[in-house]
Ligand binder design. Structure first.
Ligand code: B12
Length: 450
């Protein structure tokens, strides 16, 4: 009898959360591998904006959805955790009401194990709430926790999550050990995590109603920017065959009518001649009428007139770039991925290709240790002067990154002990003279029409 595994994408507890093409991609990838190994896999997606029973909830705002495949989550205000008590913002549980989650847990056939994923480090309370409910409804069913929070804050998870197993790192690496421990299964065939073309397509079919599919064409990143966790999470940079990526896009398009695709790559444009260019040319040639979105920052340095034109023609609608700062010193200190001059030229190419200034969202980090209000303001002004749209990205400190020690020193919060203080909304590493009012002013300036 094949074993049943229940996958859970837990709630988000936060001050704010939007569904910017959010999907539990890592968990769905594992789901596909488990199915290939004969396991019966089901999913409860707490963040599902299309849950059929959601409409029946009274008193909630109707959820908004755009044709591009993003929108709002259902939310309920909840009490702030003690550590965030003094922060003057409302705090909510994003995702389906707990009663619906409980109904789902009772409805599905009893699983032999439950696999829970985790994303932002500071979202762990939503993860714990889901774990507690599983314990109540399904006592004695082993629970395994993995994902980004579990990888970056493993000790914290081991101490507080209350699961039978906590794993750190890529699921493809840990699955053999987990399956052995749970079911004494030593015969599992797990694809090599370095050969991305050998991975099955993520099990998006487990999400019955969806208007977008997330794609990864690579893992990791060749850069080592000081604030970024990519290397800790994904290891070295490795890539898929671009034609196999188009096969995947065509598959979701043909079988499920999906037209919106979001790329989760950390370095989609790197090695462009071998990757993004053939991929988009192939998509055009096959006549795939799809729209592409990249909420995660792209590398502007790779842009030239022909790539900008190709992206525009191929249907790249949402483009975000990682610029971070106009300060030459900080550019060098944080990783040297782009200069101001290169940024200006790249934006010109994008505008000539047909993108308007407001399409070209350009991330500017705000609240880095030692960063002043005027540095952020100058960065906003610079991006505007290039003809692009500044988008403020509030800095979230991440354990193990090169900037971590500096972040610990700069922060008035105990970010080492309490991952809730990694929350970007707190701007937890800004200096004393960088007030929240100043931050609001920066948001106001950044949002002025381009
Ligand atoms: C896509 C993405 C987003 C998406 C949303 C993702 C989502 N699903 O909700 C968007 C664009 C909205 C986003 C926003 C932000 N993000 Co983001 N994002 C990512 C990104 C690029 C990919 C995550 C992903 O899906 N990876 C792909 C899958 C395949 O990997 P995975 O989930 O890790 O799964 C693997 C393993 O973890 C494991 N696994 C997973 N689950 C399980 C479960 C079990 C049981 C087991 C055994 C194993 C296992 O196996 C999987 C396969 O190997 C990561 C960077 C990265 N490389 O991971 C940053 C990252 C998570 N984001 C980060 C940041 C900083 C942010 C922002 C704060 C940026 C900003 N300043 O605005 C915002 C926050 C939004 C908010 N409301 O708070 C940080 C983390 C910060 C933190 N403290 O945790 C990361 C790590 C990037 C970085 N700079 O280092 N993000």
């Amino acid at each position: 009898m094949s074993k049943r595994i229940l996958l859970i994408n837990p709630w988000i507890h936060d001050f704010a959360a939007y569904d910017l093409w959010a999907a539990p991609l890592g968990l769905l990838s594992l789901g596909a591998i488990l199915r290939e190994n004969g396991y019966k896999v089901s999913l409860i997606d707490c963040l599902n904006p299309f849950h059929p029973a959601l409409d029946l909830q009274s008193g909630s705002k109707p959820l908004t959805r755009t044709p591009a495949g993003r929108g709002t989550f259902y939310k309920e205000e909840i009490t702030k955790p003690l550590a965030l008590r003094d922060f003057p913002r409302k705090y909510s549980r994003y995702g389906i009401p707990p009663s619906l989650f409980e109904n789902e847990l009772r409805r599905i056939p009893r699983p032999d194990a439950v696999f829970v994923t985790s994303i932002m480090t500071y979202w762990y309370p939503g993860v714990f709430e889901a774990i507690e409910m599983v314990r109540q409804v399904l006592p004695r069913v082993p629970i395994v926790l993995g994902g980004i929070y579990a990888t970056l804050c493993t000790d914290h998870a081991l101490r507080h999550a209350g699961t039978d197993i906590v794993t750190a790192g890529a699921g493809e690496d840990v699955l053999p050990g987990v399956l052995k421990e749970l079911f004494n299964d030593s015969s599992s065939r797990i694809p090599d995590r370095d050969d991305l073309d050998s991975l099955p397509y993520p099990a998006f079919d487990l999400i019955p109603h969806r208007d977008q599919v997330s794609i990864m064409t690579s893992r990791g990143c060749p850069f080592r920017c000081s604030y970024c966790a990519s290397a800790l999470l994904s290891g070295g940079f490795r890539t898929r065959n671009p034609l196999r990526v188009v096969d995947e896009i065509a598959f979701w398009n043909r079988e499920f009518g999906i037209t919106n695709f979001s790329f989760y790559d950390d370095a989609l444009l790197i090695d462009r001649e071998r990757r993004v260019i053939p991929m988009l040319e192939e998509a055009l040639q096959r006549g795939l009428a799809c729209t592409f979105h990249c909420p995660n920052g792209l590398h502007l340095r790779e842009m030239d007139a022909s790539l900008a034109g190709l992206m525009f023609r191929a249907g790249f609608q949402t483009i975000r770039f990682g610029f971070e700062t106009a300060s030459a010193r900080r550019q060098a200190d944080t990783g040297g991925k782009i200069t101001n001059e290169e940024t200006k030229t790249a934006v010109t190419y994008l505008r000539e290709a047909g993108y308007s200034g407001k399409d070209i969202g350009t991330y500017i980090l705000c609240g880095l240790p030692g960063q002043s209000f005027s540095e952020v303001l100058e960065s906003i002004d610079f991006i505007r002067s290039c003809g692009a749209r500044p988008v403020i990205a509030e800095f979230s400190p991440i354990p193990g990154t090169p900037i971590w020690a500096e972040a610990v020193n700069a922060s008035p919060y105990n970010i080492q002990e309490e991952p809730l203080y990694h929350n970007n909304t707190l701007l937890p590493c800004r200096g004393k003279d960088f007030t929240y009012e100043m931050y609001r002013e920066l948001i106001r300036v950044a949002r002025k029409p381009v």
